[in-house]
Design a protein around this ligand. Structure first.
Ligand code: PRP
Length: 210
């Protein structure tokens, strides 16, 4: 597994505003979208492309296009939905699958309440998006879903992660072709398994407490 932690002042600046408890939902949503676009630049570094011939106003030359089968972007609901718009702006031809997961507040185990993914993911580049990698349980379950359907090329983009979360994913994937792109690697988890210092509950901050 490859882990890439962003190291860019624009990302750190936007994350600082996102972390601030006074930042209201509309600004939070806007910043989430901007951040995912910046992180997607790194996360799509190995997106598969096919050579194509193009004709400029001057002459014929070679370019590339995104290969078939098209990559699939999978937001982990609910908070991952806040990252979808920014991601498909950069990869407009990608298909979009959905995984709905919620973490139990007592056991911290994720349960899946919605799933809309192709039955066969072999040969597909899968991009999972979720703002928070806390214990790693949710993302691990999502990656396991992809593996079970034949995926062998998975990239996950999270705004914040923890060493514990990274370790959970590492244990699951070993040396398989998985890349983790993080906006920042935080200190760790508190007793409620919230990321410290983190930004609170990303789903609630995006969409309110339901
Ligand atoms: C949050 C977050 C991740 C998960 C991270 O979602 O968006 O999906 O928890 O925790 P983990 O790494 O310990 O599994 P939550 O369950 O709060 O649901 P929500 O997105 O609907 O708010």
């Amino acid at each position: 597994m490859r882990v890439h932690v962003a190291d860019h002042p624009l990302i750190t600046h936007k994350l600082s505003v996102l972390r601030d408890e006074r930042t209201p939902s509309p600004v939070f949503r806007q910043l989430t979208e901007e951040l995912v676009t910046l992180l997607a630049y790194e996360a799509t570094r190995n997106v598969r492309v096919t050579p194509v011939e193009i004709t400029t106003p001057i002459k014929k030359t070679m370019g590339v296009k995104i290969s078939e089968p098209r990559p699939i972007v999978v937001p982990i609901l609910r908070a991952g939905l806040g990252m979808l718009e920014g991601m498909v702006k950069l990869l407009p031809t990608a298909e979009v699958g959905f995984l709905g997961m919620v973490r139990d507040e007592q056991t911290f185990e994720p349960t899946t309440y919605a799933e809309r993914l192709p039955a066969d993911l072999s040969d597909r580049q899968c991009f999972a998006i979720d703002p928070m990698l806390a214990t790693g349980g949710s993302l691990a379950a999502a990656i396991q879903f992809f593996f079970d359907r034949g995926a062998d090329d998975v990239t996950a983009i999270c705004l914040l992660g923890t060493p514990e979360g990274v370790e959970t994913i590492e244990r699951l994937v070993g040396d398989r072709n998985v890349t983790l792109v993080l906006g920042a690697l935080d200190e760790g988890l508190d007793e409620n398994r919230f990321i410290v210092p983190g930004l609170g509950d990303a789903g609630d901050r995006l969409y309110g407490t339901v």
